[in-house]
Write a protein that binds this ligand. Structure first.
Ligand code: ZN
Length: 145
């Protein structure tokens, strides 16, 4: 089958999306939610694991927690970057307070930390709060082909 594998960040179903549809509103075949929303989507540990393992479109994840001041400062910047990177990179957030095992598995020592994944491989990581422009630059560098 043609198309890029993309896990729905809402229901965790794997979809296949033709490349030309990435920018034009592809929807999940199971739940009907937009696969490419241009928003930073909050996901749980199971959805994260599946998306990081499966996605053939770059996935950039912000690991954060509610008690972390710099994380909260970065949140609007990460959302802004999600809009700018729409169709190129999907941005998601994992709350490491609710999903502590994810931090352990990913070897995250401090938050916020961003990690980029494609096809089950970590392509790069960056710790510390960043501005939207810096997040976009990090994504461009991390996912350069
Ligand atoms: Zn879905």
């Amino acid at each position: 089958m043609a198309g890029l594998k993309l896990v729905c960040l809402h229901c965790a179903q794997t979809n296949r999306v033709p490349e030309e549809k990435l920018r034009s509103g592809a929807k999940c075949g199971t739940c009907g939610v937009a696969l490419i929303s241009g928003k930073a989507v909050e996901i749980d540990a199971a959805t994260f694991a599946k998306a990081a393992r499966t996605d053939e479109v770059p996935l950039l994840v912000d690991f954060w927690a509610p008690w972390c001041g710099p994380c909260r400062m970065m949140a609007p910047e990460f959302s802004k970057a999600a809009g700018q990177l729409k169709g190129l990179v999907r941005l998601a957030k994992v709350n490491t307070q609710d999903h502590q095992q994810v931090s352990q598995k990913q070897g995250i020592r401090g938050i916020p930390t961003m990690i980029g994944y494609v096809k089950g491989r970590e392509k790069g990581r960056q710790a510390g709060a960043m501005q939207a422009a810096q997040i976009e630059a990090f994504a461009a560098q991390t996912f350069r082909r």
